[in-house]
Design a protein around this ligand. Structure first.
Ligand code: HEM
Ligand SMILES: *[C@@H]1O[C@H](CO)[C@@H](O)[C@H](O)[C@H]1NC(C)=O
Ligand SMILES: *[C@@H]1O[C@H](CO)[C@@H](O)[C@H](O)[C@H]1NC(C)=O
Ligand SMILES: *[C@@H]1O[C@H](CO)[C@@H](O)[C@H](O)[C@H]1NC(C)=O
Length: 502
């Protein structure tokens, strides 16, 4: 009898559920909801890697504005310039928030990590502080010597006897250059290479970065399905906590070193020195945790992204020798061959800029940006977007949209000539747009421009064999190349005398 009542109840409930969908259809004019959404998991089945490919496929079928359910989270997927523009202009403040993700909780003492902090006073402080101390053009200018030294040290390592060529593994080469550059700015010391590198620490650190990214990948799923937490994923929490402790210990040692030996000279002050003096004046706000958070975000957000972009650019150039030749001719014409290219030359090399822009179009290191979240209800493309919706802007899809780009998969730097305006009408925004966009853009472009320019000026480059470089994307948060790039280089005769003097 009781069983029967239960079935009645169930039938009634189901009927009501189905009817209510008919009676109150989408009163709020929500965006289309994409493919089949299963109970509980919703569209989580799309989360397999790489996510930006799957979502681009959804967009091709359901349009540029789609509202998905990732488990218990609502996700707005946007893949047209006009919708992206609306998110980052009219609704810029609404979407300036970040979702509370598990990664953030374990990587960043909740909110001391700039890139993951929710929008508010604290984020503003961190952003202002880092802009002032690192990203401003004055500070970038001051750090120019560091970049020049790193590039020269790289050139030195690449030189071999005249007329013979050398095979180089470019992935780690670029990674070492960017990490050295970053650590010099942060702590005034480098980890790889000739004068005073600390290889042991470097290896420790690299492992740590990789482990953290790995664990972050796994925590993705848990973010959308808190239920998983209870059915076996809670081992992950232990792992993340262990990594956090390891990371903190590494950073704490770095801070202690600087506490003991504070650099007094104004010019040589590293970022940690600056932060420690701020700590003296306001110890309550500038805690060690805040300092560690700032270092952490610079390393996480700035190293792999910049190094990866250079690796993709070099791969594209090796597969398109005519483009490489044209860039070399530009440098020979504008800089010449009787001195080494320097950072002020880069501004005068428009074709090199086109190559960098075209690389960032094809391989943007943040294919879905970093997730944003709406802090209140808003309108995008005429649709109502509820408060608390996660926003994923599919840059990768926009950058490859055949409606926006002719032969979008082709590497054609010439197409970048003469474009401009705000992110080229939101068609090309590898660094995002609006108040939450990448603050490291200026730094990244300086490093990439100087490094590529110098490599092209000083060496002739070739693939290691006849076969084209494999351009497959690997799995990872920053669009890594699946197979590390190897290349052959030979010093150009005219540059040899400068190279041997380095
Ligand atoms: C080619 C290299 C780089 C690319 C393609 C890139 C791209 C991006 C993208 C797409 C975002 C997310 C924007 C959004 O969510 O709307 C971002 C955020 C960020 N990037 Fe970069 N980035 C690069 C290099 C750097 C460097 C060198 C640094 C610092 C040293 C850096 C620091 C940051 C930070 C701190 C954020 C978070 C900003 C915030 O949430 O307020 N990036 N970057
Ligand atoms: C390098 O090659 C050039 C021309 O190919 C030749 O004139 C020169 O003697 C060679 N140098 C050495 C050290 O073999
Ligand atoms: C680059 O070289 C040019 C020509 O030698 C010089 O005028 C300029 O000041 C240099 N810039 C930097 C940043 O060293
Ligand atoms: C292309 O590169 C140049 C120089 O780096 C930059 O000023 C320009 O804004 C870029 N174009 C776009 C659309 O981002």
């Amino acid at each position: 009898m009781e069983m029967l009542a239960f079935y009645y109840f169930l039938a009634f409930f189901l009927a009501f559920f189905l009817l209510s969908k008919q009676l109150f259809p989408n009163r709020k004019n929500l965006p289309p909801s994409g493919p089949l959404s299963f109970p509980i998991i919703g569209h989580l089945y799309l989360l397999k890697k790489p996510l930006h490919h799957n979502l681009a496929r959804v967009a091709a079928q359901y349009g540029p504005i789609v509202l998905l359910n990732f488990g218990s989270r609502r996700v707005l997927h946007v893949s047209s310039p006009s919708a992206a523009e609306e998110c980052f202009t009219t609704n810029d403040i609404v979407f300036a928030n970040r979702p509370n993700l598990l990664v953030g909780k374990y990587l960043g003492f909740d909110s001391t990590i700039l890139s993951l902090a929710s929008y508010g006073q604290h984020w503003r402080n961190l952003r202002r502080l880092t802009t002032l101390e690192i990203f401003s053009s004055t500070r970038l200018q001051m750090f120019s010597k560091i970049r020049t030294n790193e590039v020269r040290s790289l050139l030195r390592r690449l030189v071999v006897a005249e007329n013979s060529s050398k095979t180089v593994e470019m992935k780690s080469t670029f990674f070492e250059l960017t990490l050295n550059n970053m650590m010099m700015m942060i702590a005034g010391k480098r980890y790889y290479g000739d004068n005073g590198g600390d290889l042991d620490k470097a290896r420790q650190f690299q492992e740590l970065v990789e482990e953290i990214f790995g664990a972050a990948g796994a925590s993705n799923l848990v973010d959308f399905l808190p239920l998983l937490w209870w059915v076996g994923f809670n081992g992950l929490e232990k792992k993340l906590l262990r990594l956090q402790r390891k990371r903190d210990q590494f950073m704490q040692e770095l801070i202690e070193e600087h506490r003991l030996a504070r650099t007094q000279s104004k010019d040589d002050k590293s970022l940690i020195d600056v932060l420690l003096s701020l700590q003296e004046n306001d110890p309550k706000y500038y805690t060690d945790e805040i300092i560690i958070g700032i270092i952490q975000v610079l390393l996480n957000a700035g190293t792999d992204t910049t190094a990866g972009t250079m690796e993709w650019a070099m791969s594209l150039l090796l597969n398109h020798p005519e483009v490489l030749k044209k860039a070399q001719v530009e440098i020979d014409t504008i800089v010449g061959q009787d001195r080494l290219l320097n950072e002020s030359d880069v501004a005068n090399l428009p074709y090199l800029h086109c190559i960098i822009n075209e690389t960032l179009r094809l391989y943007p290191a943040g294919p879905l940006l970093i997730p944003h979240e709406s802090s209140e209800e808003c309108i995008v493309g005429g649709f109502t977007i509820p408060r608390g919706t996660m926003l994923l802007v599919n840059l990768w899809a926009i950058h490859k949209d055949p409606k926006l780009w002719e032969e979008p998969t082709k590497f054609r730097p010439e197409r970048m000539e003469g474009i401009g305006g705000v992110r080229d009408g939101y068609k090309l925004m590898p660094f995002g747009s609006g108040r939450r966009s990448c603050p490291g853009e200026g730094l990244a472009l300086r490093v990439v421009g100087l490094t590529l320019g110098s490599l092209i000026q000083c060496f002739d480059w070739e693939r290691i064999d006849e076969e084209l470089v494999d351009m497959t994307e690997g799995a990872g948060l920053t669009l890594p190349k699946a197979k590390p790039l190897e290349a052959k280089c030979k010093p150009r005769p005219a540059m040899l005398s400068f190279l041997s003097q380095l």
